[in-house]
Design a protein around this ligand. Structure first.
Ligand SMILES: Cc1cc2nc3c(=O)[nH]c(=O)nc-3n(C[C@H](O)[C@H](O)[C@H](O)COP(=O)(O)OP(=O)(O)OC[C@H]3O[C@@H](n4cnc5c(N)ncnc54)[C@H](O)[C@@H]3O)c2cc1C
Length: 407
């Protein structure tokens, strides 16, 4: 382990929470304690979407608790104060228009306009270098599913979508999806904002990959604009990363790679069992970790041609990346290396990386409360699992409160 790497420590809670007042810390402590109580989260994640749907007056309660912790605001403009605060600590922002699960052509067109607004807004801000896009916000899920059935992982890294399987009207529908994504990518390239395409369920991922590779081929010639997301909880993704890179090299563009472990594990396993196909998920956590860290090594080995985003709350993976860079004598602020954690989580990683001059951001969703409910419910579940974040977050918050009291 090199000298500088040792100096990065994620235990420093003074750095981690410098941006939080006493009151805000207490609030966070209360929230994480509540989320640690599993029966409450189970009930809450069942009842909340229903309560919002039938119009029960719970919006204020949500706004002042879980929404405030994990979301930047209801509108783009409302995120400004969060971004400004983060900027004081050299932390950047990835803006995420967090509306999910809205189908229909009008909604897809509306989302496209929102994404372009986000890009235009980000371009006026000093610390918003990226925004994220979910293709399911622009395309019908079942259309992606149908396309997925016709393509293979190979089509994904080759950037080929096989539309033979579609009806004439579906082909037109797909062309509209392509136009939406092209408009978003053009706006981003023009304004020099990076676009991170999220990875979703494996049964729609091949066309998403193919489309993303097409966009990279078009827009990543000089510098990285478009990034695909690689989920290393899938046992085939380390190879997919390598194949994507080979394809990018052959076609002469920079591969944008955002590495994640993956957010849909239970769903993936359940579907595979129900439909009797082999699960795409790794056999255990160790295998996911092994491939994640191997993917980091691969990207750092080819940093001239790969732009890497380490999107993780795993302390070891973040630290390991800093060590890999140090070993190669690469600068902490290398233009092809970026770290990111979700807003409201793992401040100890984000703010300590920023202190050591790494390029790091918070992934900041925004949107009307009723539209970001799915995102919030995922955060609640993730923070309530026994092996999950809660213990760690609570421990850090308590440690900082003690430190302040003693000081
Ligand atoms: C900035 C950012 C962007 C993200 N974007 C996406 C995205 O586009 N798509 C997406 O799917 N997710 C995304 N995620 C979520 C991510 O995939 C993980 O779910 C989350 O970050 C937890 O993983 P971790 O690396 O932080 O750390 P850890 O807490 O070390 O890992 C937990 C993860 O390990 C894997 N895992 C746990 N148990 C097992 C097991 N028994 N067998 C195999 N694997 C296991 C799961 O993926 C689980 O989420 C994003 C996360 C961040 C921070």
């Amino acid at each position: 382990m090199s000298k500088t790497a040792v100096a990065v420590s994620f235990d420093n809670t003074e750095n981690a929470f410098a941006y939080k007042s006493e009151r805000e810390l207490k609030k966070a402590r209360f929230l994480f304690s509540s989320m640690g109580y599993q029966p409450l989260v189970k009930l809450g994640t069942k009842l909340t979407p229903w309560a919002i749907k039938v119009g029960l007056p719970i919006k204020n309660l949500i706004r002042n608790t879980i929404f405030e912790q994990f979301v930047g605001g209801e509108t783009l403009e409302e995120t400004a104060h969060v971004a400004a605060k983060l900027k004081q600590f050299n932390v950047q922002v990835i803006l995420d228009y967090g509306v999910e699960g809205k189908e229909g052509e009008a909604n897809f067109d509306h989302a496209t306009e929102e994404f372009i607004k986000v890009i235009n807004y980000a371009a006026t801000q000093p610390n918003i270098p990226f925004m994220s896009v979910k293709v399911t916000g622009l395309a019908r899920f079942s259309l992606l599913e149908k396309l997925d059935a016709a393509v293979t992982a190979k089509s994904g890294f080759e950037g080929k979508v096989h539309t033979e399987i579609l009806t004439p009207s579906e082909i037109e529908e797909w062309e509209r999806v392509e136009q939406r994504i092209i408009r978003i990518c053009e706006a981003a390239a023009d304004k020099r904002i990076g676009v991170l395409i999220d990875a979703e369920e494996s049964w729609i991922q091949d066309p998403v990959d193919a489309l993303t590779m097409q966009m990279m081929e078009r827009f990543n010639r000089q510098r990285p604009v478009i990034y695909n997301t690689i989920q290393l909880y899938r046992h085939d993704r380390l190879q997919f990363l390598k194949d994507s890179f080979a394809s990018a090299q052959q076609k002469g563009f920079i591969l944008g790679a955002k590495l994640v472990r993956g957010a849909y594990m239970e769903k993936e396993r359940k579907r595979a069992a129900a439909m009797k196909y082999p699960s795409p998920i790794q056999p255990n956590k160790e295998a996911t970790d092994r491939d994640y860290n191997a993917a980091l090594e691969f990207c750092v080995d080819y940093l001239n041609y790969i732009a890497l985003i380490v999107a993780s709350h795993n302390e070891y993976s973040n630290l390991y990346t800093t060590e890999l860079l140090d070993k190669k004598g690469l600068p902490h602020n290398h233009p092809h290396v970026h770290f990111s954690q979700l807003y409201g989580m793992s401040d100890n990683i984000t703010f300590n990386l920023a202190k050591h001059s790494f390029r790091v951001s918070k992934y900041l969703p925004f949107g009307p409360i009723h539209d970001v409910i799915p995102y919030l419910m995922r955060r609640a579940q993730e923070n309530s699992s026994v092996s999950g974040q809660t213990g760690r977050e609570l421990g850090l918050i308590r440690k900082e409160m003690e430190r302040r009291k003693a000081g």
